[in-house]
Design a protein around this ligand. Structure first.
Ligand SMILES: *Cc1c(COP(=O)(O)O)cnc(C)c1O
Length: 387
C-alpha cells in the first residue's frame, strides 16, 4: 500500500498507550493512581451547560458560519482586548473544534514542504506531528531544566536556518508548567523579527497560573510582534470543557481569512449549541475559573513538595498549567521503562517524557483529586526506593 508520505511519518500517541494499559488494569479491578490525564477533573460549570441546553431546546441545531457564531467571535474579540491587551476584530477570530484544530489550522496556513518549524522541547506532543502532516520539518530545541525548560533567545537563534518559517511558543506550557516572563518573550520576539518568522503562541493554559507569575501574550508586545503572531486559546482547560471541542485563534486579517476558507472545506463551523455554551463561559462570572485554579494550586504545592523530597528525583516547580515533570534520569532507566515499571509494580500511571521529546523525565498531571495524589506519591516514593 502506498500511503501519503506525510501520514507515514506520523507516530501514534505514546500517551494513549500508557493510558490504555492503565485502563485495562482498572478493568481488572486494580486501583491505579492516574497521573496521566491531560484534562481537568472538574465538571463543566453549570451556567455553561445550561446555556447549551437552552440552545438545544430552542432548536439552535443548524450549521453556523465556518469561522464560528458572530456572537461568540465578538465575545472572544472582547476577551482578547480585556485579558490579553490584543486588538483582534471579530473577523480576525476563527473558532474551531478545539485549540488543537486551531494550532493545526495555523500551521497549515503558514507552512509547506521545505519549511522548518522550531519547537522547544519538552513540547506538547502534537506539535511535531502537525508540522510533519503539512510536509514541513520540526526542528527541536532541547531546553534546560536549569532554565525551567524555557528556550532562550540564544538557543532559538542557533536553531534558525534560512528555511525557518515558524516558532511555537506554549506558555504556560504542557508538559513543563513553565511560564515565560515578558522579558523572555520580548527577547524571543526580537529574534523572530530578524527573519519575519511566524510565531504560533499557544496560550490555552493562560488562566492556570500560580504564585507571582503572570501571563503575557506575545501579540501584545508590539505592532511587529502582532503582525507575525497567531494566538491560540480555547475553553477546554480554563472552563473544564474538553469534550465540547471548542478552541479559537486570533490572527492578522490575511491569515484569519485563509484559515476561515480552509476550515470551511474541512470541518466547517464548530458545534452550534456548544458555541452558545462558550458565549456563556466568556460572558458569565469568572469565579469558576478562579475556583478551579485555586484547587489546582493546592495540589501543585502538595505534589511538588512530595516529589522534591524523593531521593534521586528532581523537579522544577511549575508556575502554570497542571503538570509537573520529574527528572528520573538518575535511575538509569529510559522514561518509557520507568513509566512501564511504575505502572506494573506500583500501579501509578505517568507519561514517559520521551513522548514530549525528553527521555530524562516523566510527566505527572495534578488534574486529579488530592487523595489520589497522596496515595500515588506514597507509591512513587516507595517504588523509587526499590530501583
Ligand atoms: C489541551 C491542549 C490543547 C488543545 O486543547 P483542545 O481541547 O483541543 O482545545 C492545545 N495545546 C496544548 C498545549 C494543550 O495541552
Amino acid at each position: 500500500m502506498d500511503l501519503s508520505s506525510n501520514v507515514a511519518q506520523i507516530t501514534p500517541s505514546l500517551t494513549l498507550a500508557i493510558d490504555s494499559k492503565a485502563k485495562a488494569m482498572r478493568a481488572e479491578g486494580i486501583d491505579v493512581c492516574g497521573f496521566g490525564t491531560g484534562e481537568p477533573d472538574f465538571d463543566t460549570p453549570e451556567h455553561i451547560k445550561e446555556a447549551a441546553i437552552k440552545a438545544l431546546q430552542e432548536g439552535f441545531t443548524k450549521y453556523t458560519p465556518s469561522a464560528g457564531l458572530p456572537e461568540l467571535r465578538t465575545a472572544i474579540s472582547e476577551k482578547f482586548a480585556k485579558d490579553n491587551d490584543i486588538d483582534y476584530k471579530p473577523n480576525q477570530v476563527i473558532v474551531s473544534n478545539g485549540a488543537k484544530q486551531s494550532c493545526f489550522n495555523a500551521i497549515l496556513a503558514c507552512c509547506e514542504p521545505g519549511d522548518e518549524v522550531i519547537i522547544p522541547a519538552p513540547y506538547w506532543l502534537s506539535y511535531p506531528d502537525m508540522v510533519r502532516l503539512v510536509g514541513a520539518e520540526p526542528v527541536i530545541v532541547q531546553t534546560k531544566a536549569s532554565n525551567a525548560y524555557k528556550m532562550t533567545a540564544e538557543e532559538f537563534e542557533n536553531a534558525m536556518t534560512p528555511r525557518t518559517k515558524m516558532v511555537i511558543i506554549n506558555s504556560p506550557g504542557n508538559p513543563t508548567g513553565s511560564v515565560y516572563t515578558r522579558e523572555e518573550l520580548e527577547a524571543l520576539v526580537e529574534v523572530a523579527l530578524t527573519e519575519d518568522i511566524f510565531i504560533l503562541s499557544d496560550e490555552i493554559y493562560e488562566k492556570l497560573i500560580y504564585d507571582d507569575a503572570s501571563h503575557v501574550s506575545v501579540a501584545s508586545l508590539s505592532k511587529e510582534a502582532y503582525d507575525l503572531t497567531i494566538t491560540v486559546n480555547g475553553f477546554s482547560k480554563a472552563y473544564a470543557m474538553t469534550g465540547w471541542r471548542l478552541g479559537y485563534l486570533g490572527a492578522p486579517e490575511a491569515i484569519a481569512k485563509v484559515i476561515d476558507s480552509l476550515q470551511s472545506h474541512s470541518t466547517s463551523g464548530p458545534n452550534s449549541f456548544a458555541q452558545k455554551g462558550a458565549v456563556a463561559a466568556l460572558k458569565g462570572s469568572q469565579q469558576c475559573v478562579t475556583d478551579m485554579r485555586d484547587e489546582f494550586n493546592v495540589r501543585r504545592e502538595y505534589m511538588y513538595e512530595r516529589l522534591a523530597a524523593i531521593p534521586n528525583v528532581s523537579t522544577v516547580k511549575p508556575l502554570g498549567a497542571f503538570y509537573m515533570l520529574a527528572d528520573i534520569s538518575k535511575f538509569g532507566l529510559s522514561s518509557t521503562n520507568f513509566a512501564d515499571r511504575l505502572l506494573s509494580k506500583a500501579e501509578v500511571a505517568v507519561v514517559p517524557g520521551v513522548a514530549f521529546g525528553d527521555d530524562k523525565t516523566v510527566r505527572l498531571s495534578y488534574a486529579t483529586d488530592l487523595e489520589t495524589i497522596k496515595t500515588g506519591l506514597d507509591r512513587i516514593e516507595q517504588f523509587c526506593r526499590t530501583i
